[in-house]
Write a protein that binds this ligand. Structure first.
Ligand SMILES: Nc1ncnc2c1ncn2[C@@H]1O[C@H](COP(=O)(O)OP(=O)(O)OP(=O)(O)O)[C@@H](O)[C@H]1O
Length: 233
């Protein structure tokens, strides 16, 4: 279980206070208006932002004292962050060994993971030789190969067209079931994930304004936001 309790962050023009829990193995979609604090929430979980107070734990382990690289977390960004001069296999291998000195077993694991995301035979391609969807699959494979149990996806598929976006979300859903990982994914198009997510979290003004089954949250959260009922709107 990912547990966030009153984690507060503040900058001159933005304040956040997050409280949320996500069951291990769940697919949790984070939605809400632009600038509401979705990315900040993911960055705080990953350790790129440090709350001034509050508690953050995953499966009983306190994450706050841990540097990002020591957290049981892998993150996939919107712009995928692949190295253009490295092949798909090397980009994935970075998730396993930053030195890229892999044992035969680790090389097999990289190929297997590329296969799991539907990129069998793409090992030697460079990012510039792949489509946007294929590049995001490589980024996903890099997160999966790390074996970390909590994967954060920050608007990973927003540059893809809606059919591709849906098929990528289905892939994420399938992989988390097979590999028993927990996924927290921010997304601008809640309708793409509503039928697959176990939990939807509506974030606005740096707060979790609603959390629960997608259908309920979509109804409540969006309506409240539109009516300007949230604090600070
Ligand atoms: N390091 C920082 N310093 C100052 N302000 C920050 C910092 N990080 C985030 N913010 C502020 O936090 C607010 C929320 O931004 P965030 O990127 O989390 O929103 P979002 O919901 O992900 O938006 P979008 O959907 O547009 O990506 C913004 O007003 C941003 O300027």
């Amino acid at each position: 279980m990912l547990v966030i309790e009153n984690c507060r962050l503040s900058w001159p023009d933005f304040e956040a206070d997050y409280s949320l829990s996500v069951r291990s193995g769940a697919l949790c979609a984070v939605v809400g208006p632009s600038g509401g604090g979705k990315t900040t929430l993911l960055h705080m979980i990953a350790g790129f932002e440090h709350p001034q107070s509050g508690r953050l734990s995953f499966d009983g382990r306190d994450l706050l004292p841990l540097a990002p690289a020591k957290r049981p977390i892998a993150i996939v960004f919107q712009d995928h962050n692949l190295f253009p001069h490295l092949t798909a296999a090397e980009n994935v291998a970075l998730g396993l060994r930053p030195s890229l000195r892999l044992s035969a077993e680790e090389r097999a694991l990289v190929s297997e993971t590329l296969e799991a995301v539907g990129l069998e035979g793409f090992d030697q391609r460079k990012p510039g030789e792949m489509s946007g969807g294929q590049r995001q699959r490589v980024a996903l494979a890099r997160a999966l190969v790390s074996g970390r149990p909590l994967i954060l996806l920050d608007e990973p598929f927003s540059s893809l067209d809606s059919n591709l976006r849906r098929s990528m979300i289905r892939l994420v859903d399938e992989l988390r079931r097979k590999r028993h990982v927990t996924i927290v994914m921010s997304i601008h198009t809640p309708e793409d994930v509503a039928d697959l997510a176990d939990q939807m979290v509506f974030v606005a003004n740096g707060r979790v304004a609603a959390s629960g089954p997608p259908a309920e949250v979509l109804e409540r959260g969006l309506a409240e936001d539109m009516a300007g009922l949230l604090p600070g709107t």
